[in-house]
Design a protein around this ligand. Structure first.
Ligand SMILES: *Cc1c(COP(=O)(O)O)cnc(C)c1O
Length: 380
């Protein structure tokens, strides 16, 4: 039997190959040489040689996949994306502030997630909203040339893919060219590993794993090493990047099973190929094709539509609406019957949402498009 296509925004679908391998290895994990140890990954000490190998391999594969430069630390933490909304300001906001004074951080508000980030940060620093797309309902991106950046700010926060509103930066802002010396901190939770990252423009990136990197519980932080060591005195030690880094993400017990699962996904990503491309570049090509297929279907429909300005549309999260909202329930019931799961939109914006992360094959998007056509033909 074919598994249904799962369009959940997160926790989200995981490649079947990865789930099968995890199931096979659950009771007795084999190392790279095929030697068994009699333990499952959940049961291992995080300091034992078996888990140390899993952890080191996951980091090495991630560094290769995302081309992370050597002067960046890769931290495997807990707390999720929302905890990072506090942890990032606790670590970076005092960076350029006078002793004892609160630092200033610039936020670009482009949707629900960046808005949450700026609100949480107000507990720890002076927040300047440098730009916002609030007035158009978060369906475009404020052009970087108009951002009101603060001279001497400790960092600039941008959410590079707004999971709920469906807007995505197609390239990262070049803060230097905009006259700012501040490092850029990005929340890339919902499009990590879906496209390459230009690290020359990034000081820090964080992501919860449950969209594109496996199960919930793991939070990935990638931070340029010169930004470490500025934590506020109130910052919990387990969330002080310098301490986490100095202990190789083992200051406290890391989310071991989620790190193992992310490691399996990194191996899966490395096996992907598309038109002569491999890894994340192959995924990007596939993600472009998937998104185009769905947006074209929505744009050509007289029943369904997407509201986001064409050049800001997310490749990962595609919110859409029915012109006749009274059909919403029958649309969702029919989708479920057609093996298309979790298409209901976020409660704050309503409508529908198709999240088509790396694990969603183009066949799944095609099945959704076929269903859209059929629904429109028979019900509208
Ligand atoms: C899902 C998501 C988060 C997540 O948060 P959790 O704390 O892990 O629930 C943060 N930012 C973005 C952009 C997200 O999509």
């Amino acid at each position: 039997m074919q598994r249904p296509y799962n369009f959940s925004a997160g926790p989200a679908a995981i490649p079947l190959e990865v789930l099968k391998q995890a199931a096979e290895e659950m009771l007795d994990w084999p190392n790279a040489q095929g030697q068994h140890c009699g333990m499952g990954v959940m049961e291992m000490s995080h300091r034992g040689k078996e888990f140390q190998a899993i952890h080191a391999q996951a980091e090495a594969d991630l560094r290769e996949l995302l081309a992370i430069p050597a002067d960046y630390s890769v931290l495997f933490m807990q707390g999720g994306g929302l905890a990072e909304n506090a942890i990032v300001p606790m670590n970076l906001s005092a960076r350029t502030a006078a002793a004892g004074a609160q630092g200033t951080v610039d936020f670009v508000v482009t949707g629900s997630w960046s808005d949450k980030s700026q609100k949480e940060a107000q507990k720890y620093c002076q927040v300047n909203v440098a730009a916002s797309n609030q007035s158009d309902g978060h369906v475009s991106l404020p052009p970087a040339t108009g951002w009101k950046l603060t001279p001497g700010a400790s960092y600039v926060h941008v959410c590079t893919n707004e999971t709920i509103n469906g807007v995505e930066f197609q390239s990262l802002p070049d803060l230097k060219a905009l006259g700012s010396d501040a490092p850029l901190a990005i929340d890339f939770s919902s499009h990590v590993a879906s496209r390459p990252v230009d690290w020359s423009r990034v000081g820090l990136a964080f992501a919860g794993a449950q969209k594109n990197l496996g199960p919930a519980g793991l939070t990935l932080v990638i931070v340029r090493k010169d930004l470490l060591g500025h934590a506020l005195s109130i910052c919990p030690s387990a969330f002080d990047y310098k301490i986490v880094d100095a202990n190789g993400s083992m200051f406290n017990t890391p989310p071991t099973y989620a790190i193992y699962m992310a490691g399996l996904i990194f191996k899966w990503l490395k096996r992907q190929g598309e038109n002569g491309l491999t890894g994340v570049a192959a995924m990007e090509a596939r993600n472009i094709a998937k998104a185009r297929l769905l947006y074209d279907a929505l744009d050509q429909s007289s029943l369904f539509y997407n509201k986001v300005q064409a050049d800001c549309r997310s490749r990962m999260n595609i919110p859409f609406y029915l012109r006749d909202e009274s059909l919403n329930d029958s649309f969702l019931a029919g989708a479920k019957a057609a093996n298309l799961l979790q298409l209901k939109g976020h409660k704050s914006v309503g409508g529908m949402r198709a999240s088509i992360y790396n694990a969603m094959p183009i066949e799944g998007v095609q099945a959704l498009v076929d269903y859209l056509h059929e629904f429109e033909r028979t019900r509208a």
